[in-house]
Write a protein that binds this ligand. Structure first.
Ligand SMILES: Cc1ncc(C[n+]2csc(CCOP(=O)(O)OP(=O)(O)O)c2C)c(N)n1
Length: 564
C-alpha cells in the first residue's frame, strides 16, 4: 500500500499495539502530527514539556511492562527530551522515542531547529537511528520496538527528517526483525547454572541481592519462590522495591547508602552474594573494595557487559532472569543444601536491634510520617512515584511495597522533575490505582507545568510535597560534610503551592497537623482530580542510616549517632 512516511509512522505504532503516545509537536514533526490527528488507534497526550513526555512514557512503561512511546520535534524539542532519554537509559526502561529532524537537504547547514540528534542521543540510548530513506522507515520502527523491549531493555531513538515523512512510498510492515548482530542470550548455560547452584548448596551465609532487572524481567514471584524454598535472606536495591513484598520475613530491606542496618550488614557478612539483575551501583556498594568482601559472587544478568564490570564474579550466568531463576528452582532437587536457619536468625536479630525508624513527633510533622501514613491508609492501592532527594529515600525506606511495578522512581540518573510526569504516566496506565507522587519543594518546581496536562487529561495524580524549605538532600550533605555551610540550598522563597495548583485547575491543601493530612488525603482521593498536599515538615530531618561517601557498608551512621 502506498502512503506517506508520516502515515507509516502512525501505522507502525498501530501495528505495535501502541495505546498511548506522550508528545509535543513542532515544525519538523508536523507531518506526523497531521496523521496523528486523522488516526483513531492510539491516544496522544500533549504534555507541556518534552522532558515530561519522556518521563510520562517511562512511568507508563514501568507500570505496565509495555514499551513507552514519545514523539517530539527537532532542535529544542529533542534537546529537552535528552534528560528523559538519559534517565530511561540509566534505569533500562523500554521506550521508543521518535523525533522530527530538518529535511535531509538542510542537514549539516545549521538550519533552523537543527541539532545533531543522533550524535547527542548515542551515549544515552540503547540504540538510535537516523532514517535516511523512506523505504527503511517501517523496518527501523519494527527494530526499535524489538531492541527497546528485549535483552536489557532501554530507550531507542528514531530521528526522521521532515522530507521523509512527506515522501510517498510502499508500506510493508515487516513481520520479524532480522538483526544478526543483536541476539540477546535468553537461555542460561546449564553448566554455569549447575556450578552456581552447587555454590549455593555449600554456602553458609548466602544472600540474594535483587536489582531492578527483577522487575524488568517480571520474575518477582519466581525470586520469592527461590528464596522461600531455600530459606535464603534477600536485600533489594532502590530499583527492586516490591520484589519480595514488605511482609516477607526473608526480606531485610533496601541496601546501600541509605539502606537498612540488617541489609547492609548482610552484604558485609555474606559468604555468597547471589546478584539477580543488579548492577553494583556505587550508591549500593559503598567503598567497592570493601563490598561483600567475604563473599564469592554469583552474578545473573541478561547483559553480559554488566557481569564482572565492577566486582570479581566467581559464577557468571548470562540469561533472562525469569528463565534463569525458574531454572534454579527446577534444579533444587539435584542438590543438598545447607541449613541457613542460624544465618537468617542472626539477620532478623539485626533488624530487631536496629530497625528502620525515625523519631516521631506530635509538634512538627516528621517527613517520614506522611509516607508511613499513606502506606497505612492506601497501601497496596497506591502506586508510588517520587522525585529526587530526601523524600525519595524516605519513600524507598518506609513505604510498604507489596508487589512489583508499585514503585516508580528515577534511580540511576536521579532526575529532579521526574515525579509529576512519571506519576502522570502511571495514572494513565493504571486508572484502577491511586497514583501518588512524593516530592520535594525543590523537585516539584522542575516540571510543575504538567499539572496542566493532568487537569486536561483528568489524571488524578496526588502530589504530596514534603516541604522542608530546603534542597534537603544537598542540605544534609552540607550539614554533615561541609561544616554546615548551607550554600544555595535554602528554599525559603516559595510560591503559594495551594494557589498554584488551583491556578492550573486542580486542588490544593496546606497541612500542618496529622489530622489535616488524613482529611486532605481522603478528600483528594474522593475528588479524583490532580491534587497537591503541601505538608509543612520538620526542616532539619536527616535520612538515616547513611553510609558516608567512600566508606564501607558496615560503617553506617545510624539514627541516634548525631544526638548529643
Ligand atoms: C535535575 C537535578 N538537579 C540537581 C540535582 C541534585 N540534587 C539531588 S537531591 C537535590 C535536592 C532536592 O530537594 P527537594 O526536591 O526539595 O527534596 P528534599 O531533598 O528536600 O526531599 C538536588 C538539588 C538532581 N538530582 N537533579
Amino acid at each position: 500500500m502506498k502512503m506517506t512516511g508520516a502515515k507509516m509512522v502512525t501505522e507502525s505504532l498501530k501495528n505495535e499495539g501502541v495505546e498511548v503516545v506522550f508528545g509535543y509537536p513542532g515544525g519538523a514533526i508536523m507531518n506526523v502530527y497531521d496523521e496523528i490527528y486523522k488516526q483513531t488507534h492510539f491516544e496522544h497526550i500533549l504534555t507541556r514539556h518534552e522532558q515530561a513526555a519522556i518521563h510520562a512514557a517511562e512511568g507508563y512503561a514501568k507500570a505496565t511492562g509495555k514499551v513507552g512511546v514519545s514523539i517530539v520535534t527537532s532542535g529544542p524539542g529533542f534537546t529537552n527530551a535528552v534528560t528523559g532519554l538519559a534517565d530511561a537509559y540509566m534505569d533500562s526502561i523500554p521506550l521508543v522515542v521518535i523525533t522530527g529532524q530538518v529535511p535531509t537537504t538542510i542537514i549539516g547547514t545549521d538550519g533552523f531547529q537543527e541539532i545533531d540528534a543522533v550524535g547527542i542521543s548515542r551515549p544515552c540510548t540503547k540504540h538510535n537511528y537516523l532514517v535516511n530513506k523512506l523505504e527503511d522507515l517501517p523496518r527501523i520502527i519494527k527494530e526499535a520496538f524489538h531492541i527497546a523491549s528485549t535483552g536489557r531493555p532501554g530507550p531507542v531513538h528514531v530521528d526522521i527528517p521532515k522530507d521523509i515523512t512527506a515522501e510517498v512510498g510502499d508500506y510493508i510492515y515487516p513481520k520479524e526483525v532480522n538483526l544478526p548482530t543483536y541476539k540477546p542470550t535468553v537461555n542460561y548455560n546449564k553448566k554455569q547454572l549447575k556450578r552456581a547452584m552447587q555454590a549455593i548448596s555449600k554456602a553458609k551465609k548466602p544472600l540474594l541481592y535483587i536489582g531492578g532487572g527483577a522487575i524488568l524481567s517480571n520474575c518477582a514471584y519466581e525470586i520469592r519462590e527461590l528464596a522461600e524454598k531455600l530459606n535464603i535472606p534477600a536485600v533489594e536495591t532502590l530499583m527492586a522495591r516490591g520484589v519480595m513484598g514488605h511482609t516477607n520475613p526473608l526480606l531485610l530491606g533496601m541496601l546501600g547508602m541509605h539502606g537498612e542496618y540488617a541489609a547492609n550488614m548482610a552484604a558485609h557478612e555474606t559468604d555468597l552474594l547471589i546478584s539477580l539483575g543488579a548492577r553494583f551501583d556505587d550508591r549500593v556498594t559503598g567503598r567497592l573494595d570493601e563490598f561483600a568482601k567475604k563473599a564469592k559472587v554469583i552474578h545473573v544478568d541478561i547483559d553480559p557487559a554488566s557481569i564482572a564490570k565492577l566486582v570479581h564474579t566467581n559464577f557468571p550466568i548470562v540469561g533472562d532472569l525469569k528463565v534463569t531463576v525458574q531454572g534454579m528452582i527446577d534444579s533444587i532437587g539435584e542438590f543438598e543444601f545447607n541449613d541457613y536457619t542460624n544465618w537468617v536468625a542472626l539477620l532478623q536479630d539485626y533488624r530487631v536491634q536496629h530497625p528502620l525508624a525515625f523519631k516521631d513527633s506530635d509538634v512538627k510533622i516528621k517527613p517520614q510520617w506522611p509516607i508511613v501514613r499513606v502506606g497505612e491508609l492506601v497501601g497496596d492501592n497506591a502506586i508510588i512515584s517520587t522525585d529526587v532527594g530526601q523524600h525519595q529515600m524516605w519513600s524507598a525506606q518506609f513505604y510498604p511495597f507489596s508487589y512489583p511495578r508499585q514503585w516508580n522512581t528515577s534511580g540511576g540518573l536521579g532526575t529532579m522533575g521526574f515525579g509529576l510526569p512519571g506519576a502522570m504516566g502511571v495514572a494513565k496506565a493504571r486508572p484502577d490505582k491511586v497514583s501518588i507522587n512524593f516530592t520535594g519543594d525543590g523537585s516539584i518546581l522542575m516540571n510543575i507545568q504538567e499539572l496542566m496536562t493532568c487537569v486536561e487529561q483528568k489524571l488524578p495524580v496526588i502530589n504530596i510535597i514534603l516541604n522542608n524549605n530546603y534542597l534537603g538532600m544537598v542540605r544534609q550533605w552540607q550539614t554533615m560534610f561541609y561544616e554546615n555551610r548551607l550554600s544555595e540550598t535554602d528554599l525559603s522563597a516559595q510560591p503559594d503551592f495551594v494557589k498554584l495548583v488551583e491556578a492550573f485547575g486542580g486542588i490544593g491543601y496546606r497541612v500542618t497537623t496529622k489530622k489535616e493530612f488524613d482529611e486532605a488525603l481522603k478528600d483528594a482521593m474522593e475528588k479524583k482530580v490532580v491534587a497537591m498536599i503541601e505538608v509543612i515538615v520538620d526542616r532539619n530531618e536527616e535520612v538515616l542510616p547513611m553510609v558516608p561517601n567512600g566508606h564501607a557498608l558496615n560503617e553506617m551512621m545510624l539514627l541516634g549517632d548525631n544526638d548529643e
